[in-house]
Ligand binder design. Structure first.
Ligand code: KIV
Length: 264
């Protein structure tokens, strides 16, 4: 696979070419993903749930993400590798800079932060200091205790309008990717059209520029709960490499997510 950069994704957005991405946590799976030309990988704090067996993502530390980022980078030298900033690791812009530096040194090309316009100063400070940022909006799992559960976000008009404004403010501050989780497809479409940067969706319909899945959901091996919008690609292919190839080709063609895997 040729080296993927933010410019590759921007070009694809302009050409209307959709792209797939996945979480990854170790070198072997990273290598498998790279062999199938998965352009974007994320060391997600979902590792707290799928690797560590915790109830939510809050216990994950910067050291955890840095360790898994090193592992994934070793297996996938050419993907655009995003690393999640864990809960409370970016409460202030200064703290965000310190912790983002550790993740960039571990091999990340970009860090991902959960939150809306309260992050504007942080995103500005990070990008001015050469740390690219992906801004995660919608169902932001680190806020599970504020939301009172894992619930669809942006159903009400006021909340939807606020999310569009947040996306624009974060783009203006320097965010180079917007990630939308668990929002109605109509809102995802509004945001994807409103911003110039690539938008990656999960549970946000097939209107975004890219899609992401938690790899354990892609293979149907999540221990507890499988979200309605996720899909097990291993059942229909019977082979991990073929499952990954099928996921990538279904995203590129727009076949995934279909209506059954979309929030109306
Ligand atoms: O932590 C994670 O895996 C994520 C994805 C669900 C986007 O943030």
């Amino acid at each position: 696979m040729k080296k993927i950069t933010i410019n590759t994704l921007l070009k694809w957005k302009q050409e209307g070419k959709k792209f797939a991405s996945s979480t990854a946590y170790d070198a072997s799976f990273a290598q498998l993903f790279e062999s199938q030309e998965m352009p974007v990988l994320l060391v997600g704090d979902s590792l707290g749930m799928v690797l560590q067996g915790k109830e939510d993502t809050l216990p994950v530390t910067v050291e955890d993400i840095a360790y898994h980022t090193k592992c994934v980078r070793a297996g996938s030298p050419n993907s655009l590798l995003m690393a999640d900033m864990p809960f409370m690791s970016y409460a202030t812009p200064e703290q965000a800079c310190q912790n983002a530096a550790a993740l960039m040194r571990a091999g990340a090309n970009m860090v991902k932060l959960e939150g809306g316009d309260w992050l504007v100063d942080t995103v500005k400070m990070l990008t001015e200091r050469a740390v690219p940022v992906c801004a995660h909006l919608g169902l932001t799992p680190q806020s599970v205790n504020i939301f009172g559960g894992y619930k669809v976000q942006g159903r009400e008009d006021a909340q939807a309008d606020k999310m569009v404004q947040d996306a624009l403010a974060l783009q203006h501050a320097g965010a180079q990717i917007i990630l939308l989780e668990c929002v109605p497809a109509s809102l995802a479409e509004r945001i994807t059209k409103a911003v110039n940067v690539p938008v990656i969706g999960i549970g946000a319909g097939n209107v975004t520029d890219g899609q992401i899945l938690v790899m354990h959901d892609m293979f149907g091996i999540s221990a507890n709960y499988m979200p309605k919008f996720s899909k097990n690609f291993l059942t229909e292919t019977g082979d991990m490499r073929k499952a990954v190839a099928q996921y990538i080709s279904d995203v590129e063609s727009g076949a995934f997510p279909d209506d059954a895997h979309t929030i109306a």
